[in-house]
Write a protein that binds this ligand. Structure first.
Ligand SMILES: Cc1ncc(COP(=O)(O)O)c(C=O)c1O
Length: 443
C-alpha cells in the first residue's frame, strides 16, 4: 500500500475473489438493478438531537419553573450550568471548564485565554468550519491556512513550513470526530513556543492515545450546537488545566465576571463580551452529557463493522485515523483515485439507498473548505480601517488564494463521506456493509 501523505494513491489489489465475483454479479441500482438497502434507514443522521427525551424535557421544565434562568449568584446544586461544568471536568479530567453560548465563543474566549493578540498569526487547517478562522479574526489575529493530510486534519509538515516569527498559536481541528496527528503537532508547537487550542467542536468525547481531546494542547473548545454529538441547542465549553488561561477566558466571556464570581484572581481582570450560557441551555447540556458515552459506544461499534468490510475492498483507501480507539466515529470516509470516481461511487451508494456524499462537491459552497471562506480569501473586514489585515502597527504578511492548498483539495476531491448515527439498526448496518462491497466490486 502506498503510504504517501500528499496524494490519494489507492490499493488496487482485489481481495477475496469469491465474494468479489458474487458482488460483481449484482446489478448496481444506478444501472437499474435492485437497491441493496432494504432495512429501514434512520430518518436523520444527527446525534444529540435524536436523544432528546423525558430527561431533557424535565430538566428544562425545572429551570422554567424555577423562574431563574441566570447561571450565577446561586449554588452549584441549583445551577445545571455549573453541574454541566463539573461533570465535563470529571469526564475530561480537565481542571477547569467554562460553559459558554457557542463553539465560536469558546474559540474566541479560548484564544483570549492563550494570550493571542492583534497581528499575531494563528495556524488553522484548510478543512474546518469557517468559525475556526473567524474566531482568530475576532481577536484581531491573522489566520494562516495550513494543508490537511490523509487524516483530514492539520498536516504537521505544512504547519512547520507556515510558522513565522509572528506565529503565536495553532488550532488543530478534530474534524468529524477524528483526532489529529497530535504527537507531531504538539512537538512542533512546543519546539516553536506556540500555544495550542484544540477545536473539539465535532469531537466531543474523542481521545488520543487515551487522553481526552481538548486536554492535549493548552486548551480545548467545544460546540453544543444542533449538529454536534451532544447539543444544548446552542452552546459551547472551554476546557483547560491552566488557571490563567481559564481566568482570562472566563473574564472575556462576561464583562462583569469578577462581579459574579468573587474569588482570588491571579490575573488583573479586563473587558469581556457576553458569551454566558443560560440555565435553559445548561440543563440541556447536562442531560446530553450524561448520554454522550452511550452515543459514542454505539457509533464506534457501527464504524468498526463498516471499516472491517471497507478495509478489504479494492479501489478505495480509508481515511487515516491517527487513533482509532479515540475516533468519535460520526462518519466513515475513504478515498478513491479520482474526483470523477468519487462522485460516481457516492452516486452509486445513494442509488442503493445508502446515505453518502463526496466531501467536496463543486455545486455546494461548503464553508468547511477554505476556498469558500469568501471574506477571508478577499480580506474583508467589518472594521472601517480593515483590521486585522490592514494594521499599520503590524503590517500583515499573509496572503490567500483559492488555489493555495492543492494537497487539501486533492484529498477532499477524492473523499467519499458516509454519515453515521447511533440510531442505525444492526440490519441497516448490515445493508450498508453489503452495499459498500456491491459498489466497490460492481462499479
Ligand atoms: C469545527 C468547528 N469549529 C467551530 C464551530 C463553531 O461552533 P458553533 O456553531 O457552536 O459556534 C463548528 C460548528 O458549527 C465546527 O464544526
Amino acid at each position: 500500500m502506498e503510504t504517501t501523505r500528499t496524494s490519494p494513491k489507492i490499493n488496487q489489489e482485489a481481495t477475496a475473489a469469491t465474494s468479489a465475483t458474487a458482488a460483481a454479479n449484482e446489478e448496481l441500482a444506478v444501472r437499474g438493478g435492485p437497491a441493496a438497502v432494504q432495512a429501514p434507514k434512520p430518518t436523520s443522521y444527527l446525534h444529540g438531537p435524536l436523544e432528546i427525551g423525558e430527561e431533557e424535557i424535565q430538566a428544562v421544565t425545572a429551570v422554567l419553573r424555577s423562574q431563574n434562568l441566570f447561571r450565577f449568584f446561586k449554588s452549584e446544586a441549583d445551577s445545571p450550568t455549573a453541574q454541566f461544568e463539573s461533570l465535563f471536568a470529571k469526564k475530561s479530567g480537565a481542571r477547569h471548564v467554562l460553559a459558554v453560548n457557542s463553539g465560536t465563543s469558546a474559540l474566541i474566549a479560548g484564544l483570549v485565554g492563550l494570550g493571542v493578540s492583534a497581528g499575531d498569526e494563528v495556524l488553522v487547517p484548510a478543512y474546518t468550519y469557517i468559525a475556526t478562522a473567524a474566531a482568530v479574526l475576532a481577536v484581531r489575529a491573522i489566520p494562516v491556512i495550513v494543508e490537511i493530510d490523509q487524516s483530514l486534519g492539520m498536516d504537521p509538515e505544512d504547519a512547520a513550513r507556515k510558522i513565522t516569527l509572528r506565529t503565536k498559536a495553532m488550532v488543530p481541528v478534530h474534524m468529524r470526530g477524528v483526532p489529529c496527528r497530535m504527537d507531531e503537532l504538539i512537538s512542533l508547537a512546543r519546539a516553536h513556543g506556540l500555544k495550542v487550542l484544540e477545536d473539539c467542536a465535532q469531537a466531543n468525547g474523542g481521545s488520543y492515545h487515551g487522553r481526552p481531546l481538548g486536554t492535549l494542547g493548552d486548551a480545548g473548545a467545544f460546540s453544543l450546537q444542533h449538529f454536534k454529538i451532544i447539543t444544548a441547542g446552542e452552546g459551547g465549553a472551554i476546557i483547560t488545566n491552566d488557571s490563567v488561561i481559564h481566568q482570562r477566558a472566563a473574564c472575556y466571556h462576561d464583562s462583569a465576571y469578577t462581579f459574579w464570581k468573587q474569588q482570588e484572581w491571579s490575573i488583573k481582570p479586563f473587558l469581556g463580551e457576553n458569551y454566558r450560557m443560560s440555565e435553559l441551555n445548561g440543563a440541556l447540556a447536562l442531560e446530553q452529557l450524561k448520554k454522550r458515552d452511550r452515543i459514542l459506544t454505539r457509533l464506534r461499534t457501527i464504524k468498526r463493522r463498516l471499516v472491517e468490510i471497507a478495509a478489504g475492498l479494492p479501489g478505495i483507501r480509508l481515511q487515516e485515523v491517527p487513533d482509532a480507539a479515540g475516533d468519535c466515529s460520526t462518519s466513515l470516509v475513504f478515498f478513491t483515485d479520482s474526483a470523477a470516481r468519487t462522485q460516481s461511487f457516492a452516486e452509486a451508494l445513494r442509488a442503493e439507498g445508502m446515505a453518502a456524499g463526496s466531501v467536496f462537491d463543486k455545486t455546494i459552497p461548503d464553508r468547511h473548505i477554505f476556498c469558500h471562506w469568501d471574506y477571508i480569501m478577499e480580506k474583508r473586514s467589518p472594521d472601517a480601517y480593515g483590521y486585522p489585515w490592514h494594521d499599520p502597527s503590524r503590517p500583515c504578511q499573509v496572503n490567500y488564494s483559492r488555489d493555495m492548498c492543492p494537497q487539501t483539495m486533492a484529498w477532499l476531491n477524492c473523499a467519499v463521506f458516509i454519515p453515521l448515527t447511533q440510531v442505525m439498526t444492526d440490519e441497516h448496518v448490515t445493508d450498508c456493509a453489503r452495499t459498500l462491497k456491491k459498489v466497490a466490486y460492481g462499479l
